[in-house]
Design a protein around this ligand. Sequence first.
Ligand code: PHE
Length: 338
Amino acid sequence: MKEEIQQIQSDALAAIEAATDEATLEQTKVDFLGKKGRLTGAAGAMRTLSKEEKPAAGQLLNAARGAITEALDTRRAGLQDDADRKSLEGLDLTLPGRPLPSGGLHPLSLLKDEAIQILRRLGFALAEGPEIETEYHCFDALNTPPEHPARNEKDTFYFDSGKLLRTHTSSVQIRTMEKDAPPIRIIAPGSAYRRDEIDATHLSVFNQLEGLCVDEDIQVGDLKGTLEFFFRALFGEDTNVRFRPHFFPFTEPSFEIDIMLHVEGHDPKWIEVAGCGMVDPAVFESLSLKRGDDAYSPDKITGFAFGMGLDRLAMIKWGIRDIRLLIENDARFLSQFS
Ligand code: PHE
């Protein structure tokens, strides 16, 4: 019995060693350890042994089973390694990996988000309106007379229907006031369209951000304080901000805002960044007629409004020389901002 078990074990180990693929290895396992396998057969023969012989034979059987199982496992792992190595043949693991470039926000989005954040801190909520506007909301309600140059077909895109692509987001101010009573504190970022010749500083579509604040006792000081705070938060605490008298049909008094621009190698210079003013009482009067109530009676309330081009602010903030870079989607340009 002893010799037989040893013979089976050495036959099994030799067969395992000789197996060169998993199927053969599996067959070898069946041949020796399977239900009808040789070692199983030997175990069955234990029945014929005497009581004294059984323990030693049992030990031998267990040892043989352990050795064969271990050899099977080792060989299986070895074959797996060989297969792995083969499938990697010709593959140069030292080559650099394929780059996975990560995206980033467009500079205009970055700037818009920052501007909104600053103005939210001052209590301004976001408002929206359509880009295809009526002449009424874009001009008439904003005290802009029919002969005003901005209403000319040379400056503004009209549809056959008489509607137009809004030339500024001030129309959102009118729509907000038609809907809601004061106090109002809103900002309206969005696209505006003008028939400009396209060059380094003009496109026919640009991104505007306008704001409106209406309440009892709003004064020029509130306008100044708000916009100074805004431009210093955006361009740095020591930014010089200047208000220059100007004219807009819908505000009185009106101002243009300049900030002092410092560019290395150049003298500092004032550069225009926004328009603003106190809402003209004529705007409130026509609004009151439309609403049919006195919520916006110019005797009770005042307000200020402002508007700025985000494209222009982005160009100033990052020293971008050509506005067209903002719409060309050249990754070499855009990746500098992410
Ligand atoms: N709507 C003006 C423009 O587009 C900007 C502006 C807004 C001026 C609000 C004054 C008040 O140029």
